[in-house]
Design a protein around this ligand. Structure first.
Ligand code: HEM
Length: 172
C-alpha cells in the first residue's frame, strides 16, 4: 500500500472509531445511566448484566486505543515539528489540543472506570448474599455511583469538545 492509501486507511479507522467512542459515551452517560438511576434495584440489576454480558468496557477501550493510535500517526505525519501558536492557532494547534484532551480522557477513563465498576460489583455480590445492604455498604455504593456519574459526564463533554476541535482543525 502506498503512503496515500495508508493515510486513507488511518483516517477511516480514526474517524469511525472516534465517532463510535464519543457517540457511545454520550448515549450511556445521558440516556442509559439516568434511567438506571431512576429505576432502583431493577436498574442496578440491568446495569450489572449490561456490564457483564455486553463487553462494553472492552469495546470502549478498543475504540479509544484505535482513535488515539491512528490520531497520533496522522498528527506525526502532518504536523510533527510545526510549532504551536496559541495566539493565532493553526491546524497543528487545534488538532494537537483536541488530541491531548482525548488522550487525557482515555487515560482517566481506563484507570478509573474499571476500578469503580469492580468495587460496585463486589458490593452488589455482598448485598445479594446478605439480603440487604449495611449502612456502610449503601453509603459506599452511593458515593461510587456519584463518582461514576461525574466522571462519565466529564468524559462525554470533553470528547464532544475534542470532536468540535477535530471538525474545525483543518480550517484554522
Ligand atoms: C473523540 C476522539 C476523536 C474524534 C471524534 C476525532 C475525529 C476526527 C475527525 C472527524 C477528523 C477529520 C477532520 C477533517 O478531515 O477535517 C479528525 C482528524 C484528525 N485527528 Fe482526530 N479525533 C479524535 C481524537 C484524536 C486524537 C486523540 C488525535 C491525536 C493527536 C487526533 C488527531 C487528528 C489529526 C492529526 C487529524 C487530521 C487528519 C487529516 O487532516 O487527515 N484525533 N479527527
Amino acid at each position: 500500500m502506498d503512503s496515500e492509501g495508508a493515510i486513507l486507511v488511518l483516517r477511516l479507522l480514526h474517524i469511525v472509531a472516534g465517532v463510535f467512542w464519543v457517540g457511545a459515551a454520550i448515549t450511556v452517560t445521558f440516556f442509559t445511566m439516568p434511567v438506571v438511576r431512576a429505576t432502583g434495584a431493577v436498574g442496578g440489576e440491568f446495569w450489572g448484566q449490561f456490564m457483564a454480558r455486553s463487553h462494553f468496557s472492552q469495546v470502549m477501550t478498543a475504540a479509544a486505543v484505535v482513535t488515539v493510535g491512528s490520531g497520533l500517526f496522522l498528527y506525526w505525519d502532518f504536523y510533527s515539528g510545526i510549532a504551536w501558536q496559541l495566539a493565532d492557532p493553526g491546524p497543528q494547534t487545534i488538532f494537537g489540543l483536541g488530541g491531548l484532551i482525548a488522550i487525557g480522557v482515555a487515560l482517566v477513563a481506563n484507570l478509573a472506570f474499571p476500578r469503580i465498576g469492580r468495587r460496585l460489583g463486589q458490593i452488589a455480590e455482598l448485598i445479594q448474599m446478605q439480603g440487604a445492604p449495611s449502612p456502610a455498604q449503601a453509603a459506599e455504593r452511593t458515593r461510587l455511583a456519584r463518582r461514576m456519574q461525574v466522571l462519565s459526564t466529564m468524559t462525554a463533554v470533553l470528547l464532544v469538545v475534542t470532536t468540535a476541535l477535530m471538525a474545525v482543525g483543518r480550517y484554522a
